[in-house]
Design a protein around this ligand. Structure first.
Ligand code: FE2
Ligand code: FE2
Length: 318
């Protein structure tokens, strides 16, 4: 069932018609509308008459794990291609496509090649990346950086402005490795960079932060959180609208804390169990083939400057 949070929608820019159109498009998708923030948006599919100056959309995809070929999904390239096809049917081409890491399963050159090739087919203005632990564990991220790190700093972090929104991509997988239970780490150098990066911005600047491992503590027992994430979040507190987008856990989880909204994305490759609902993290086995695509998907974010609410819309491949 689609879920819509029960906050007051009056005047928040998410109209019923737009919402229903969105759901028709999104199938089993999920609309998440937050009112009271500075960011503003509307439901996907609202008519062109609703478009204002400076509005745009962007899409987040995550955890493509190219090279994974176990029972749950023996063709992860196909599901990534289906994800791109879905992006290409969006009524409006996204300005940005953000991949939040675990592009590959084993950091092999051929796996990176496939990711680059498939994403070339996406109708999106610009593709940006942060690495997942699966992209960096064999060589400390050297290959990832050479291929996908253009314009980034340190181990691949970066920031840029787009239509008045400040985007920050953070890397929290460098000392994570593949060991289960290892929390994400940003490190002092990156945190210092972040503090400086944000220092010149007015508090009314909408901020979108993206990183692989969730910045908030979801389930530390499985390494689903970032050790020094709170430090990063303390620098973001003064801003009126902060959206934090993560991957790694292969399922949607969300929370709102003050002006900060947190959201994790589905994988394009395979689902993982809900926190604590299995012996440990990893692909859910025994997913019936006909059910798999309902557990994979992408996240669209629609932004309009000057309105109050942000809508994050998840849709599945199924
Ligand atoms: Fe992953
Ligand atoms: Fe991961």
């Amino acid at each position: 069932m689609p879920y819509e949070n029960d906050q007051d929608h009056e005047g928040d820019g998410v109209d019923r018609r737009g919402f229903l159109e969105c759901m028709a498009w999104a199938g089993t998708g999920l609309v998440w509308a937050v009112s009271g923030g500075v960011l503003s948006s509307r439901a996907f599919g609202a008519g062109p008459d609703r478009k204002g100056r400076g509005d745009f959309t962007f899409v987040q995809i995550s955890d493509s794990h190219i090279g994974f070929s176990k029972e749950t999904n023996k063709d992860v390239t196909a599901t990534l291609q289906e994800t791109v096809a879905k992006i290409n049917t969006l009524p409006r081409a996204p300005d940005l496509l953000i991949h939040t890491g675990d592009l590959t399963h084993l950091s092999k050159p051929g796996e990176f090649d496939i990711v680059a090739e498939v994403l070339k087919g996406a109708r999106a203005g610009q593709v940006v990346y942060v690495p997942g632990e699966h992209d960096v564990f064999t060589d400390d991220g050297k290959q990832y950086l050479r291929r996908f790190g253009r314009g980034t700093m340190g181990t691949g972090w970066q920031s840029f402005n787009h239509q008045g929104v400040h985007f920050v991509g953070l890397v929290n997988v460098m000392s994570l490795g593949l060991k289960a239970g290892g929390l994400g780490v940003l490190g002092k150098e990156q945190l210092d960079w972040l503090r400086n990066d944000l220092a010149g911005l007015t508090s009314s600047t909408p901020i979108v932060v993206y990183a692989h491992v969730p910045l908030w503590m979801i389930y530390p027992e499985w390494g689903w959180g970032t050790e020094d994430g709170q430090q990063a979040l303390s620098y973001l507190k003064r801003f009126g609208s902060v959206t934090v987008l993560n991957g790694h856990i292969h399922q949607i989880l969300q929370k709102v804390e003050g002006n900060v909204t947190f959201h994790t994305a589905r994988s394009t490759a395979f689902p993982q169990p809900a926190p604590g609902q299995a012996a440990g993290p990893g692909p859910i086995k025994n997913v019936p083939a006909e059910k798999l695509r309902s557990m994979l998907g992408l996240t669209s974010v629609n932004f309009i400057a000057g309105r109050r609410s942000l809508a994050v819309i998840d849709s599945t491949l199924g």
